[in-house]
Design a protein around this ligand. Structure first.
Ligand SMILES: C[S@@+](CC[C@H](N)C(=O)[O-])C[C@H]1O[C@@H](n2cnc3c(N)ncnc32)[C@H](O)[C@@H]1O
Length: 374
């Protein structure tokens, strides 16, 4: 019997582009809603064979800012799938780009998890980030969301932003705790080439991110959230027991998923696919009922093993040696003996009973661990 399937849907539209963002998303393109959603629905129809007979365990509607588009569009896309209330169905929403009525509409269409792009609760930092909302809009939206019956709520935060102080970030974590939000994603700022922030830093208008402070803020995230029983379960993710994001855990466990929309990725039948990132190309392909896939690669067994190890190391639960043997038929400790010894001696990984996982130091330089298994 085939395992459960996960679905990702990319909504690339935003009210405004944030200064740090290099995701495939655009502001000022609202006139593209109609053709884009028509294409999305055509794309899903092209996958009827892959979807047939598969139970959907999670759907993630990400962006961009999915809450920026009329809820009716979201309804029409969700209506293409068969899923029941046991599925985890998430939508990313941005404070300042959502009306209070939307939460009730989302619940009616089967959405049961809301992921807020909060980033910070400090108005000064939100301005530096180029966000469309302020602290009070965010807090009001979270109250409205709860009043509409949602309890499975995530907040995204960014730390290490230029001019963001330790105390300032600590205050944002404290607001999260006081609002009783059960899931938090804390992302270390990644200064991306070509973004407005990158240009400002290069011109000296904003200071370079401070790496030492960034690591202190990361420590703070782990320790401060733990005090509220919001425990780290992945490099950037923290949750109260039972509120871990099933969709993302599915990615890290290499469950099969289909991604729809521009620049969406899929893992299906041990093959990785990616869609075009050009919205015009996407719409044009689908107007001819052709899949908008631009890359497709069947994974070799070595690539599968490598992905397995790297993705398991992202999670605090790490690589379980018995599960590894069940999956691949050989011993993790024997095959990688030298690498394991080297990483243990450098203090980057550790062993507890039957599992290997990143140490706190290993989380800072996770790529150094991953590269050993490529
Ligand atoms: C895929 S984005 C979706 C946008 C989201 N709806 C929002 O509110 O901006 C998911 C999250 O990635 C994080 N993110 C985006 N760009 C980042 C960057 N350059 N560095 C660190 N985190 C970033 C933000 O926390 C954002 O909420």
């Amino acid at each position: 019997m085939k395992s459960d399937l996960r679905i990702y849907i990319h909504i690339p539209f935003c009210k405004a582009k944030c200064n740090y963002c290099d995701f495939n998303s655009f502001a000022g393109m609202d006139y593209m809603f109609k053709p884009y959603f028509k294409s999305l629905i055509s794309e899903i129809a092209l996958y009827s064979n892959e979807l047939r007979g598969r139970r959907i365990d999670s759907i993630f509607i990400g962006g961009g800012t999915p809450s920026h588009v009329d809820a009716q569009y979201i309804y029409e896309v969700l209506d293409c799938f068969k899923f029941d209330e046991s599925a985890e169905v998430t939508i990313e929403v941005n404070p300042g780009a959502i009306g209070y009525r939307n939460f009730a509409q989302y619940r009616q269409m089967g959405i049961n998890r809301i992921s807020f792009g909060i980033q910070s609760f400090c108005d000064r930092i939100l301005i530096y980030m180029g966000r469309v909302h302020n602290r009070s809009t965010a807090i009001n939206n979270i109250h409205e969301c709860k009043a509409s019956g949602f309890d499975n709520i995530n907040a995204d935060l960014i730390f290490g932003y230029p001019k963001q102080s330790f105390e300032n970030y600590e205050e944002s974590l404290n607001v999260i705790k006081s609002l009783d939000i059960p899931h938090v994603s804390c992302y270390s700022l990644s200064l991306e080439e070509g973004t407005l922030l990158d240009n400002m830093v290069k011109k000296g208008v904003m200071p370079y991110p401070d790496e030492v402070l960034d690591r202190k803020m990361y420590d703070l995230s782990i320790n401060s959230l733990q005090k509220a029983n919001i425990n780290q379960y992945e490099i950037s993710n923290f949750a109260r027991n039972g509120y871990e994001c099933r969709h993302n855990i599915g990615y890290w466990n290499r469950d099969e998923y289909l991604g729809f929309g521009i620049s969406a990725h899929s893992l299906f039948n041990e093959t990785r696919y990616s869609n075009t990132d050009d919205i015009h190309h996407y719409i044009s392909k689908l107007s001819k009922y052709e899949k908008p896939v631009v890359h497709c690669g069947k994974l070799t067994q070595d690539e599968i093993i490598s992905e397995y190890i790297i993705l398991k190391f992202r999670m605090n639960s790490g690589v379980d040696i018995a599960n590894f043997k069940d999956e691949f038929g050989f011993d993790f400790e024997i095959r990688y003996e030298e690498k394991i010894e080297k990483l243990m001696l450098s203090g980057l990984i550790d062993k507890t009973s039957n599992t290997y996982s990143l140490t706190r130091l290993g989380m800072d330089v996770a790529n150094k661990v991953f590269v050993e298994f490529i």
